[in-house]
Design a protein around this ligand. Structure first.
Ligand SMILES: C[S@@+](CC[C@H](N)C(=O)[O-])C[C@H]1O[C@@H](n2cnc3c(N)ncnc32)[C@H](O)[C@@H]1O
Length: 322
């Protein structure tokens, strides 16, 4: 799947940021943020410490996390077409990327509450993204301290839980679920660590009988759990701006963002029987890696296979029935 930011946001990321800071300052800031992130790893908040770091983070990461959020929303819409959220709760919102994706994807969204402990990321959202964010309220502070009286239709926690100590995960997921009247979507980087966080959320959901809307086609044991060389993750493509190329290196015109996710819902939904868990390959004989109630398997799709016609259109991350 290909997902692009709306043109107004591209203008922010491709020119307004450069009007504020020279390329050299943005490049230095991006380097500092990413080396801090690599050094501190899971369980640490990578702490943006200035406006220039926040803006370099936006330019480097917003296209990819926006694309991943949009892909998850499209999975929700496929399996739960009646879902029309009016209120959004965006935890660890950063500059508000997920809320903007929700507004773009679901016309029904009216209000959003954004919870963000980092002053500079929040300020970047307020200063540069207030138009696409629309009617929102910002709450400073961490998920751990967050309290709400109202449940929200759509709760989003995007690339956040890996920054929180693993031992807090259980109580925080319970809190998120209590704040959700419709759908809770959680995304993490598509790394073994990120997929591990999602796996832990999945285990919690299953023990509490919570409906898993996506991506899992079943609530049995995850066939990828415990395999060192494989983990459940997906990929979405987005194009790269000139600034993005400078900040992150390389000259490819696009990037493939790898992410893991889980969507829980109050409404019982019926999963599709198969979820594609890798790029389908081959032309005459298609090989399609899937997760299904049978486990993880590779379907060999020849011309006579009932999936053959459809398989040409299917992509990594899609679900289907046979
Ligand atoms: C990698 S950024 C993701 C931002 C945004 N959600 C996105 O998808 O682009 C992680 C965000 O989580 C926030 N964060 C870290 N620890 C948090 C906590 N304990 N409670 C709430 N937010 C937290 C950070 O301040 C940062 O904005």
């Amino acid at each position: 799947m290909n997902v692009e930011l709306p043109p107004t946001i591209r203008t922010v990321l491709e020119s307004q940021i450069l009007e504020k800071y020279p390329l050299s300052a943005l490049t230095q800031a991006a380097g500092e943020v990413s080396s801090r992130y690599r050094r501190e790893g899971q369980g640490h908040n990578f702490q943006i410490t200035s406006e220039v770091e926040a803006l370099s983070y936006l330019a480097a990461r917003m296209p990819a996390t926006f694309a991943a959020n949009t892909m998850v929303m499209s999975a929700i819409a496929k399996l739960y077409p009646a879902f029309a959220p009016t209120s959004v709760l965006d935890i660890g919102a950063g500059p508000g990327t997920s809320t903007i994706a929700a507004r773009q994807y679901f016309d029904s969204v009216e209000t959003a509450q954004l919870v963000e402990p980092n002053y500079h990321l929040k300020k970047a959202g307020v200063d540069y993204l207030s138009a696409p964010l629309g009617n929102v309220t910002w709450t400073a502070g961490k998920l751990e301290e967050f309290k709400t009286q109202n449940a929200h239709d759509l709760v989003i926690v995007s690339y956040v839980l890996n920054e929180i100590e693993p031992k807090k995960l259980g109580s925080l997921v319970e809190k998120l679920w209590a704040a959700c009247s419709g759908v809770l979507m959680i995304l993490e980087p598509g790394t073994p660590q990120g997929a591990g966080v999602i796996q832990a959320v999945r285990d919690l959901a299953i023990t509490q009988n919570i409906n898993i809307l996506a991506p899992c086609p079943h609530s049995g044991e995850c066939p990828l759990a415990g395999i060192e060389t494989r983990w459940c993750h997906f990929s979405v493509r987005t194009s790269r701006s000139k600034l993005h190329k400078v900040l992150k290196g390389g000259d490819a015109g696009f990037e493939d963002e790898k992410f893991s996710y889980i969507v829980l819902s109050r409404e019982a939904t019926t999963p599709q029987k198969y979820r594609i868990i890798g790029h389908p390959s081959g032309t005459k004989l298609r090989e399609v890696q899937v997760c299904s109630p049978n486990g993880a398997e590779t379907l060999q799709v020849s011309k006579s296979h009932p999936l053959h016609k459809l398989s040409k259109k299917l992509e990594w991350g899609d679900g289907f029935d046979l």
